[in-house]
Design a protein around this ligand. Structure first.
Ligand SMILES: *Cc1c(COP(=O)(O)O)cnc(C)c1O
Length: 360
């Protein structure tokens, strides 16, 4: 029988805090492709790879942490999990809870999560409540509920999430046979940034890799607390997955930046959408806007002369484009893209396509 990827808990059982007593709740997450991006290499002179986390079962990297968090919750006897979410955590928590036969409750900021993610959480039978507040309000309430009621918190303040997510760094090192020179990630709560740093640090300590990558994290300009050095009360960006004003893993992330000689930068929504177009139209990878900030960050740092020619750069793109597809239907000038309508007429269609008949 052909081998099937077994999910990150089984694939990396020796590097995670699980035992024979841990029930493994998996949908086959991880094992995502690391894709060379010649178009981005040509633009920057670096050797650029894209870690396409949209290929996880619910379409985002959140699944790596959720398999761990829900497995440990079930091991501890939990019958219900709760999370605050900008969308993808709720989709993932709902899917893994349902798979485990337990219930999930999710708190999302009203009107601020992408339709695809809302649909996923509802499809997977979550109790979904839209809170009239922002993500940071939702997380405060989820923490209070978990502290005082029989529900298990599966946000990335739960260390099991970070532990599961560190496996993405293991996969990168396996493919490249070393750590890259730079690793670029979108930053919201900074859990993923911190998780990659942990994964790379462990690979270095085990002698599997020879270096730590410089960890570069990017926040949306309207939602950039780490870059600004203070909480942002009313974060604002089209990149809803990183619309976070008070990152839960702020301190971990600062420590990771210091140790890795890393960097945090802010990117405008216009640049995020431009990078989104480049990634879709030149590389062939469709992501949601928050993910495209990795590409925007690479181009910005490269233009600033900060990425040496020939450096190996890995960009994590965190979530699938199908979750929030509307942005692809918006042209660079902000107008709507409307496909051309044609009659059932081969000659007309050939003409519209600019095709010239081959002569015999
Ligand atoms: C959650 C999420 C992020 C942000 O990750 P953090 O760990 O909160 O920094 C970025 N992009 C997508 C698509 C996400 O779902």
């Amino acid at each position: 029988m052909a081998h099937q990827w077994r999910g990150v808990l089984r694939e990396y059982a020796d590097r995670l805090n699980i035992s024979d007593a841990t029930p493994i709740v998996t949908l086959g997450e991880g094992g995502t492709p690391l894709i060379p991006a010649p178009a981005l290499s040509a633009r920057t002179g670096a050797r650029v790879w894209v870690k396409f986390e949209g290929m996880n079962p619910t379409g985002s990297f959140k699944d790596r942490g959720m398999t761990m968090a829900v497995s440990k919750a079930v091991e501890a006897g939990a019958k219900a999990v709760i999370c605050a979410s900008t969308g993808n955590t709720s989709a993932s928590a709902a899917a893994y809870a349902t798979h485990a036969g337990i219930t999930s409750a999710v708190l999302v900021p009203e009107g601020k999560i992408a339709m695809g993610k809302l649909a996923q959480a509802i499809a997977h039978d979550a109790q979904l409540l839209q809170v009239r507040g922002n993500f940071d309000d939702c997380l405060d309430i989820a923490r209070e509920l978990a502290a005082n009621y029989p529900v298990h918190l599966v946000n990335s303040v739960n260390n099991d999430r970070i532990e599961g997510q560190k496996t993405a760094a293991f996969e990168v090192v396996e493919v490249l046979e070393d750590a890259p020179d730079f690793h670029i990630v979108p930053v919201g709560n900074a859990g993923n940034y911190s998780a990659y740093f942990r994964g790379y640090s462990e690979e270095l300590a085990r002698g599997i890799s020879t270096k730590l990558p410089r960890m570069f994290g990017f926040q949306a300009a309207g939602s950039a607390p780490i870059v600004l050095g203070h909480v942002v009360k009313h974060p604002d960006t089209i990149a809803s997955a990183i619309r976070i004003g008070n990152p839960a893993s702020w301190e971990l992330a600062i420590a990771a930046r210091e140790t890795s000689d890393g960097y945090f930068g802010a990117i405008s929504d216009d640049m995020i959408l431009e990078a989104h177009r480049i990634l879709s139209a030149e590389v062939g990878i469709f992501v949601e806007p928050a993910s495209a900030i990795s590409v925007a960050g690479l181009l910005e740092r490269s233009a600033a002369g900060e990425i040496p020619a020939g450096a190996t750069v890995v960009l994590t793109v965190t979530g699938h484009g199908l979750k929030d597809p509307q942005w692809a239907l918006r042209a660079a000038d902000g107008s709507d893209v409307t496909p051309t309508s044609v009659a059932v007429d081969t000659d007309e269609i050939a003409d519209v396509l600019g095709l010239v008949k081959a002569t015999a």
